[in-house]
Ligand binder design. Sequence first.
Ligand code: NOJ
Length: 764
Amino acid sequence: MKYAGTLVAATAISLISVCAAEGYTNESEVPYYGRSPAVYPSPVGNGTTSPTWEEAYRRAHSVVAQMTIEEKANVTRGVEGPCVGNSGAVPRLSIPSLCFADAPNGLRGQEFVSGFPAGIHVAATWDRALMYRYGHALGSEYDGRGVNVALGPVAGPLGRVARGGRNWEGLGADPYLAGGGMVEITRGIQDTGVIASAKHWLLNEEEWRRNPGSMGESLSSNVDDRTLHELYAFPFMDSLRAGVGSIMCSYQRANHSYACQNSKLLNGILKTELGFEGFVVSDWDAQHTGVASANAGLDIVMPDGGFWGANLTMAVQNGSVGTERLDDMVTRILATWYVTGQYEKYPSPAIYSASELHAVVDVQADHADLIREIGSAGTVLVKNVNGALPFTNATRFVSVYGYDAPVSASPWTNPSRYMGGYEVNFGWETYNGTLITGGGSGGSTPPYVVSPFQALQERVSRQRRTLRWDFFSEAPTPAYVNNDACVVLINAYASEAFDRTSLTDRFSDNLVNNVAKNCTNTIVVLHSAGIRTVDAWIDHPNVTAVLFAGLPGQESGHSLVDVLYGDVSPSGRLPYTVAKNESDYGSLLNSTVSFDAFPEVNFTEGLYIDYRAFDRQRIEPRFEFGFGLSYTTFQYSDLRIEATGNSTSPFVNPNVAIVQGGHPELWDTLIHVTCSITNTGHRSAPEVAQLYVHIPSGPVRQLRGFERVPLEPGETKQVLFPLTRRDLSVWDVVAQQWRLQTANYTVSVGASSRDLKLHGVFEI
Ligand code: NOJ
């Protein structure tokens, strides 16, 4: 075997098993599988990506040139409080401390800020414009409170593990969908002047032993080079291309080396191949060495546990870390601060602890309207029979069941639920109260929560109808015989710090079945932090409609009622695959639980996660990736494929310089695919058109285009899907470049990954 000679025995065994795994027939596809080749020295940022970066670097250089070693070391050294992270200041040169804050779906732990929908919910809208507006609204709240660095958006975890605890923070289990979200949210946040920090780089796909502890080192995610590029780094490339100023390195080991001291990931892929101009910040307490992390490309530590500060100064003085490296660390931080214009206008942070007396800075503006809109746009209708939805004037008597209908007893009952503490509670499958966000540092702090029950009450009272409820019984009695519809609300909870132990729970499944036994029009609403299986009741003839209502944020009830009553036609689409049986996820169901001193997980499935795995193994899912119903019907027609005339040479031009995001030609559009979509029904509604390509030597199909198209009844619109060089390339592990294969490519456009309506072929 080509690489086996250089491997230590244990790794060689992993390599052999990977070659044998179905995804790969050739060991050249896994050149550094399980290893992190050394890449030194750390590339020095220079701002060549754009004139704006160049100017920012020029300013940063001139300030850094005036700093002492101690001052430089101080800038790279984070501390906690008042913000979740604060960099060191240099008052003599007017360099302030920068404030870093969570979370990706709203400023955490504060009052008078909004609780936005979670990432997974935004992904379920498949709407680029909403994704941008989401980022922009979030950014303006951070900006208004003087936060310099927003700790998001999230593209890792991607969703490799069905029960992963943090999948809901990310943007769905597909790199193209997540990448689309990363572009828009990054731009949205940074257009307000806030620095976004795309996280977690890289391969942090599960919570189990993400950190070292009494059992030993953290888990090592071992992945081959091709998969690393085509799946996990892919959405980060989009964020980089969109100009992201910061990247957060992750907790766990990646190919055996801790992510925040992994020179291959930081110096190699991020700063060389992808031309990153900004700075790398550690996840909190993810630094495990001083000199090694500095030389591997970490630029700022959060918070400093003692490795840096005076020790970094000493390391520079004794030559273990070059002066050039320290200068680069500080230059990158300051250049990013300059490039976003923060040096000119930034307010001081208005971040408070709950007991502090302070003048209120209310940053909510009109974001509630956007939150409501995204809330309903990301709601996915997966079953609707007997005309169950939308409700009509004839819907006069509605009963509401389930613990997810009202708000929780108090947002303080378990602060971590909304406030983002760190609970380790295995087997905690549901949340007692309506679920609008997940737990841990990604949890938002809503100013209020409109529960589904409240919103239904509002609607019913306005229409002078009747509502009955029972929130807590597992077998509600009496059954209301005269009612028109029974809405059952259940949820599936997940949090940072632990992975889920089930994709379902018995109490909720019993509740649905018990209601359905007595009610011929049972509508199930599921708020869930990720995948939730539904086979315990989905085929029950009395279960007439089912909504995956995600994690919609503070306006939850309004968003839901807008869909139930037909003010909004559902257009959300699943950003993951819902299996019939949990076992259908195979080895990707659970996180790898290991008690070894050096635990590891081998990503032997390669590219085949989520729908790619179901397609390859011909497993019929319950609801496929991209699936969702509408209140109207659509017709697809007129597929056209046109080459743009851009070069289709196998490799990019080596004489063109790398810019942030990678080689610029990777974003050249090579093919235009267009089709027409007509709303053939009677309601105005958006359709989410999806384009899948079979890239030779890759999965059966991969998402490479999506567009949410609003259509009036009878209206037809043309949709354009531009396919870029990167969209069609494979990562060539020998050439260490993206390679466009000379081959035939099959392209399909449709309403989901399995409801493909138009097909074509083009040749490159
Ligand atoms: C740890 C989490 O992994 C990260 O996402 C978060 O931003 C930091 N803690 C800070 O709270």
